[in-house]
Design a protein around this ligand. Structure first.
Ligand code: PMP
Length: 571
């Protein structure tokens, strides 16, 4: 019979294997006592970039992937994990050619309690034998009904790992991923300590680096006027506003910032929250319920996704910026639900592309739906004066039902807001859990954002400079042959797509050595073949910094590709 197993689901749901170990390319057929599929091998330099060994005697990826293929039967047939515990014998007939599909045939012996044995044969696509592993033994994980046999298991049949966090599969999975990166000789790209302000440059470990991993789009974090206003506010109001604003009252900057944000978005009113992420979670989670339908772009941010899950509404995704796909789903589904919400982002945070706002406004009207736009990466970034996608398209802000934004990016602070009609904001003010039961925004955060917003509106050259910088950088990268995805410049994000996670991590590490700080975005945050470096631009970058960076990225990526040729593991 053809195999019922889907490769992508297998790697997403059934195993802990990261992109380097995802060597199965196809499941072909499965029967009572066999499974057949295809895998690929690798070469030493993919795993240890500094090695000069040309080939493995026994290709670990091909062998491991053949064992994964055999173990997949434990998952589909018994809904349990199969862990390899031994191999009797390995015979090598020929080297496995790296990155080329080969056939695997796994024959199972009769099951022996919790143990399974299989013989694996790996052949080239022309049928030439490459490797044979006999007596490959796997153990099914202890099931609850057998727990009494284990004296460390409680007698009620609960597996010991349920109460030992260090044994949780997700804990082990993250440890394995970190170890995989370290084993490949790549320094951990996360949690660098910046020793001062992060602007066009930053200081990490005593070295000044050109910086592309800040949200300081308009250079307002560290701006002397913003700092002075914030110092004065802390002197006056202290560093806490006590409990929630409902319980402990407000300070003047709360109302002033909300009014200015509402005006800038072209909405009637606004409400502040203490984190952008919490703003989406609590707002969507609170306003919608199981009788409702929420449709969102496939690239929507995690915060909106978590809010949708919390709401219990029926969730449907549409392909990125595919308004025909959205229209079709609305036509089919809208009538079965009470309320319907469409969620999109003004500018997408991974690719820096701008949403087709006029098309979404037309669709929400056609289908009696509500439209929510997340302006995290568009407010302060697009539009002639930075007032976001409504200004960019010349659309009245009231055409959008729910504007969401964060003050952590262009407004140089930390927190989020919703701007909408007066009744909706009033409802949130009295009932949204993340507002009513959470402490109010502090003076430091509120006044930093207020001073930044005033400055942004008074000095539109900052927005223009950011847009020009992004365009210059995107253009220069493209001229140097780099793939910047759908980004056309003019927003604050420019990706450089490397096509696999290993190259992205090596590129980021090498650029840091050369004095450039930019984060890699790798599997599973994006599919492996969409792995990238994500450049956050700032109005404070100089032309020279942007041109030098584009040149170094192109040269370094070419050198990495030549030294470490590899195919994408995911596709
Ligand atoms: N929405 C989007 C699109 C984002 O990119 C982010 C954060 N990067 C958030 C919401 C959450 O905002 P914050 O980081 O201010 O919590």
């Amino acid at each position: 019979a053809p195999s019922p197993i889907d490769r992508d689901r297998f790697y997403a749901e059934a195993t802990f294997h990261g992109p380097l170990l995802a060597g199965i390319t196809a499941f072909d057929a499965v029967g009572e006592d066999f499974i057949r599929g295809r895998v690929h091998g690798t070469q030493p330099s993919t795993w240890t970039p500094t090695t000069d060994r040309a080939a493995f005697a026994v290709d670990p990826l091909a062998l491991d992937s053949a064992m994964q293929l055999a173990a997949s039967v434990a998952w589909t047939r018994y809904h349990r994990a199969g862990t390899p515990v031994g191999i009797d014998r390995i015979e090598v007939y020929d080297l496995v050619p790296p990155h080329i599909e080969i056939d695997v045939d796994a024959r199972f012996g009769p099951p022996d309690g919790n143990r399974f044995r299989a013989d694996l044969t790996l052949r080239s696509r022309t049928g030439a034998p490459l490797l044979r592993a006999t007596g490959v033994t796997a153990e099914l994980r202890q099931a609850a009904e057998n727990a009494e046999a284990d004296d460390t298991a409680p007698s009620d049949g609960i597996a010991p790992e349920a109460s030992d966090v260090s044994l949780w599969p997700e804990v082990v999975a993250i440890q394995n991923r970190i170890a995989e990166v370290a084993a490949a000789g790549i320094p951990n790209p996360y949690f660098h300590v910046h020793e001062g302000m992060a602007r066009n440059t930053t200081v990490v470990a005593g070295r000044r680096l050109i910086n592309f991993s800040s949200y300081n789009y308009l250079g307002l974090s560290g701006d002397p006027d913003v700092l002075a206003a914030t110092h004065a506010a802390i002197e006056r109001y202290g560093t806490s506003v006590s409990a929630s604003r409902v319980a402990s009252g407000e300070r003047p900057f709360h109302g002033e910032l909300e009014a200015l944000l509402a005006r800038a978005q072209g909405a009637e009113d606004a409400i502040l929250f203490t984190a952008g992420h919490a703003t989406n979670v609590t707002t969507i989670g609170h306003l919608f319920g199981p009788e409702d339908l929420i449709l969102h772009d496939e690239y929507i941010h995690d915060s909106a996704f978590q809010g949708i899950k919390l709401s219990g509404a029926q969730r449907r995704m549409f392909r990125h910026e595919d308004t025909a796909h959205l229209d079709k789903q609305l036509t089919d589904l809208r009538k079965h639900y009470r309320r319907c919400l469409i969620v999109v982002e003004g500018v997408y945070s991974m690719d820096g592309d701008i949403c087709d706002l006029p098309a979404y406004v037309a669709l929400k009207k056609k289908h009696h739906a509500l439209l929510m736009v997340d302006e995290a990466h568009s407010f302060g970034i697009v539009g002639a004066t930075g007032r976001g996608v409504a200004e960019h398209y010349g659309i009245d802000g009231r055409e959008v039902d729910i504007w969401m934004g964060t003050i952590s990016k262009s407004l140089s602070s930390c927190g989020g807001w919703i701007a909408a009609s007066k009744p909706l904001i009033q409802l949130l003010r009295y009932t949204a859990p993340g507002f009513v039961y959470s402490a109010g925004l502090t003076a430091a955060n509120g006044v930093a954002a207020l001073a930044s917003l005033k400055k942004m509106l008074a000095e539109p050259w900052r927005v223009r400079r950011l847009q020009d910088n992004a365009s210059l950088f995107q253009r220069t990268c493209a001229e140097r042959g780099l793939d910047t995805g759908p980004a056309r410049g003019g927003t604050g994000v420019v990706p450089v797509i490397t096509g696999n996670s290993v190259h992205a991590m090596l590129l980021s590490a090498s650029l840091r050595e050369q004095g450039i700080n930019v984060q890699p975005i790798v599997y599973p945050a994006v599919p492996d073949d969409a792995a990238r470096l994500r450049f956050f631009l700032s109005s404070t970058h100089t032309d020279a910094e942007l041109i030098e960076t584009a040149t170094r990225v192109a040269d370094t990526l070419a050198a990495i590709r030549a030294a470490h040729p590899m195919v994408s593991a995911a596709k």
